[in-house]
Design a protein around this ligand. Structure first.
Ligand code: BES
Ligand code: ZN
Length: 868
């Protein structure tokens, strides 16, 4: 890591190893919400390969109480603390530095460092929060072993947790007690964690494949512990899966997970002590939807799986962030695919990628999977780092195949265990295991922007020769005007008129690899000779390559390809393409073809209900906007609504039949078929309510609901379609769950996403109500995040009221929690692609924020959003 340059950015090219190493960190906490004292003893040693330098430690918002070196207090002229760094001069060599500092958890609204949530004290350190706890070299390539001692009043804080294994407990005088933990694995400080409070737990012991007894615990406040069982099961499934699929075991005697109501992110993988946003832990069928259960399982898996991809092998610097996040998203998505439906998991990932990551890649905030500079690292926890990063790993898996990929992963873990690694180290392990040169592949990490493949076909009726010409283009992005072609593994198939696959391989200068063609140049030509007739070509089955494909095809051919292809991801995608054309090009033939295909699906008893439900979810606003330039939100949404109205009317009978037929299957249980039945019933309900002003079905489902999946979907329909019973249902629901903030977030979200311009009114009322809790990130997301991302009609109101509603809250939120504010500010990333009148309104709104946002997070984003 390195210091920022004069341009205010930290640059990847400036990396230098730390001048001082920390071999061991011994921390003692006297915990108190109003004044916690942290006593740190750090064993320091200079790097013998570097010229001797003063010791410079990070430290923010710390009150320094005492400082000593090798047991002797340090004279004031030997050190200086400017509020950001502590500089110590004249250290001779290896030594022990002791500091005592005071911090104020109850006043910490940033939720970074040590803070209070409800009656708990907790930490969040990634990326650079540890410097708010004590003086330290706050960078991931400094990896001491740790001893952590916690002392607190026993009554108020009966449970004291930290990283690693518990090694001692004792009672102290005056009602306090003490607990000591040791983490024997070299661990960077961003993975440091403690949690203290009146916690209760569910627990389960397992014996690992290597024979280690491990106690798995999920902790929550006592009232919530009854809803922790599902998360605990997910921990065990994750542990078993990593043993089986990646050969990776767990390496401590305990694995603790803590649920917190106030948490900026989703969850955090601290070594041996994961801390979670309560929404990704607490669940039972009365309060959580099927989607919540699945999200809990996948977030639990994600954080658990970091234990190898992130913790045992950590990052050299924050530019390598995707090395842990992209890889771990790939791993957690494979976990979900192995445990549930692979096709559905893939369809959902493609939805996020297309709708959100592609937009990021073409917007003002586009950046490579490995950025080469940043001003504020918190702003780089993006869909590009996570989702595109996972796609790049998936590409590697596709190119190498499971066995070679696994050999490469084994090698990566073996070579880098206990080290702080780079993306080069990762690629080197895979290059060695596969014998492949991955130089061109590495462009996926350095070039931003979504590659576009323009494919043209030519059929010569005289000779039967068929050619496909594939032109690759990677669009310019901020700071990267010109791009090189990338390595794109393209899967494709040809079908004859009777629907049989044409198995002949094409002649081409591109390398073939099984059913893949490896595109490496700006243009490739593929040629088949002597075909009986013009074939039907299909591309990118399984969405193997995260690219945009332009291939001109009639709606009839597109519909036919959906019928002949067996790949469900492709079939789903084909229907999405038909819908996109029907909406954006008002293509009536596409709408007809879509209607016919959905009719077939709804009446096909063999079709997987979960798949049918995915097909009924038409492309969302973000996905459609990505295909429109400039974006006219109102026109787009009107056209989308018109298509939905038409289809709902035309398909009402089969929708109703499907809805009725699955009543019993949907009754209860979290098994795949029950969840699939509820997913399809709820999809049908949405369509049917759209064309039934009395909302009879939705009202009935609400009244008879057996679980939150049914109740929530019904209430959402009642609210979104302005049903006569909406207000009464909302009041009943609110009363039933008044004391559960996670359920409160749900109904707030449904109000904020009511698809009408007037939803701004509901949001304004919420902001003035007792429900508005700006210090709670989940509540901010429920009120403003869901409005901004989930209500494109109201957010993009032509009069600018939607933009101003969000922007108006930003100064206050920025002062409270900069990361939460920055996320909302990032929701304006697509403003330049809006049509001119709305673009002007967005620009004025953003310009009005200049000088009002003071955090580095928001200032960095605002500058990038407004740069010309
Ligand atoms: N390491 C992150 C948590 C994190 C994110 C810390 C940003 C600091 C800043 C964690 O592993 C993570 O990625 N969490 C995700 C959820 C996950 C399932 C993708 C999150 O919090 O959104
Ligand atoms: Zn992660």
């Amino acid at each position: 890591m390195s210091l920022p340059r004069d341009d205010g950015h930290v640059h990847l090219a400036d990396y230098v190893p730390p001048a001082w190493r920390i071999r061991h960190a011994d921390l003692a906490f006297d915990l108190d919400p109003d004044a916690t004292e942290v006593h740190a003893r750090l064993s320091l040693a200079p790097d013998p390969d570097q010229p001797r330098q003063p010791l410079v430690l990070d430290g923010e918002a710390l009150t320094l109480l005492a400082i000593a070196v090798d047991g002797r207090p340090l004279p004031a002229d030997r050190y200086a603390y400017d509020g950001n760094t502590l500089r110590i001069e004249g250290l001779a060599g290896a030594c022990e530095l002791e500091t005592r500092v005071r911090v104020h958890p109850a006043g910490n609204t940033r939720l970074e460092g040590l803070y209070q949530s409800g009656r708990l004290l907790l930490t969040q350190c990634e990326a650079e929060g540890f410097r708010r706890i004590t003086f330290f070299t706050d960078r991931p390539d400094v990896m001491p072993r740790w001893r952590i001692t916690l002392r607190a009043a026993r009554e108020r804080f009966p449970v004291l947790l930290a990283n690693g294994n518990p090694v001692a407990r004792r009672e102290l005088d005056d009602g306090r007690h003490e607990s000591t933990w040791e983490n024997p694995h070299p661990t960077p400080c961003y993975l440091f964690a403690i949690a203290a409070g009146d916690l209760d737990r569910v627990t389960h012991s397992v014996r690992t494949a290597e024979g280690r007894e491990v106690e798995l615990n999920v902790w929550a406040e006592p009232a919530d512990v009854a809803r922790c069982a599902y998360a605990l099961g997910a921990v065990e499934r994750s542990l078993r899966w990593d043993e089986r699929r990646f050969g990776r075991g767990y390496d401590l005697d305990v694995f603790n997970v803590v649920a917190a109501q106030d948490f900026t992110m989703g969850a955090m993988e601290n070594k041996g002590l994961n801390i979670f946003n309560a929404r990704y832990i607490l669940a039972d069928e009365a309060t959580a939807t099927d989607a919540d259960f699945l999200a809990i399982e996948s977030v639990v898996a994600h954080e658990y799986l970091h234990n190898w991809s992130g913790n045992r092998v950590t990052l050299r610097d924050w530019f390598q962030l995707s090395l842990k996040e992209g890889l771990t998203v790939f791993r957690d998505s494979e976990f979900s695919a192995d445990l549930h439906s692979r096709a559905i998991k893939r369809i959902e990932a493609v939805r996020v990628l297309r709708g959100r990551q592609f937009a990021e890649d073409s917007g003002a905030l586009a950046h490579p999977v490995r950025p080469d500079r940043y001003r504020e690292i918190s702003n780089f926890y993006t869909l590009t780092i996570y989702e595109k990063g996972a796609e790049v790993i998936r590409l590697l898996h596709t190119l190498l195949g499971e066995d070679v990929f696994r050999a490469g992963m084994d090698r990566y873990f073996a070579d880098n265990d206990g080290r702080a690694a780079t993306i080069e180290d990762f690629l080197a392990a895979h290059a060695a295991a596969s014998g492949r040169d991955l130089t061109q592949f590495a462009l996926w990490y350095s070039q931003a922007g979504t590659p576009e493949l323009a494919i043209t076909e030519h059929f010569d009726t005289a000779t039967g020769d068929y050619t496909l010409t594939v032109d690759q283009h990677v669009p310019p992005t901020p700071g990267q005007p010109v791009k090189q072609p990338m390595l794109v593994p393209l899967r494709l198939a040809l079908y004859a008129d009777d629907g049989t696959a044409i198995t002949a391989a094409p002649e081409t200068d591109a390398a073939r690899n099984g059913d893949l063609v490896e595109l490496v140049a700006a243009r490739h030509v593929l040629r088949w000779r002597g075909l009986a007739g013009k074939p039907l070509a299909t591309f990118n089955q399984g969405f193997a390559a995260p690219v945009k494909i332009a291939f001109s095809q009639s709606p009839a051919d597109l519909a036919r390809s959906v019928r002949v292809e067996r790949d469900e991801v492709y079939r789903w995608d084909g229907l999405q393409q038909l819908a996109t054309r029907a909406i954006l090009q008002h293509d009536v033939l596409a709408a007809d073809a879509l209607e016919a295909a959905l009719q077939d699906l709804l009446t096909d008893p063999a079709a997987d209900p979960a798949f049918v439900a995915e097909c009924l979810a038409l492309p969302d606003f973000d996905t459609l906007a990505d295909a429109m330039d400039p974006v006219d939100p109102e026109a787009l949404l009107d056209a989308r609504d018109a298509l939905l109205d038409r289809l709902s009317r035309a398909l009402a009978a089969p929708l109703q039949a499907r809805y009725d037929a699955m009543e019993a299957a949907a009754a209860q249980g979290l098994d795949g078929p029950a969840m699939a039945a509820r997913a399809l019933r709820n999809a049908c309900l949405g369509w049917l309510t759209r064309v039934d002003p009395a909302a009879v079905l939705a009202q009935r489902q609400f009244d008879r609901a057996r679980n939150m999946t049914e109740r929530g979907a019904a209430l959402r329909c009642l609210l979104h379609f302005d049903a006569p019973g909406a207000a009464a249902a909302l009041a009943a629901f609110r009363g039933q769950f008044a004391h559960d903030p996670l359920v409160t977030d749900k109904w707030i979200g449904w109000l904020a996403t009511r698809p009408h311009a007037s939803a701004t009114q509901a949001v304004t009322e919420l902001l003035a109500s007792e429900w508005w809790k700006p210090a709670n990130p989940n509540r901010v997301r429920a009120v403003l995040g869901s409005f901004q991302r989930g209500n494109p009609r109201a957010f993009h109101r032509a009069d600018g009221e939607g933009f101003r509603l969000v922007a108006g809250q930003l100064p206050g939120l920025d002062a409270t929690n900069p990361q939460v504010a920055a996320r909302l500010l990032g929701g304006f990333e697509g403003w330049r692609r809006l049509h001119p009148p709305l673009r002007a309104v967005a620009r004025a709104t953003l310009a009005g924020l200049e000088g009002q946002l003071h955090s580095p997070d928001c200032r960095d984003l605002l500058a990038r959003l407004l740069v010309d």
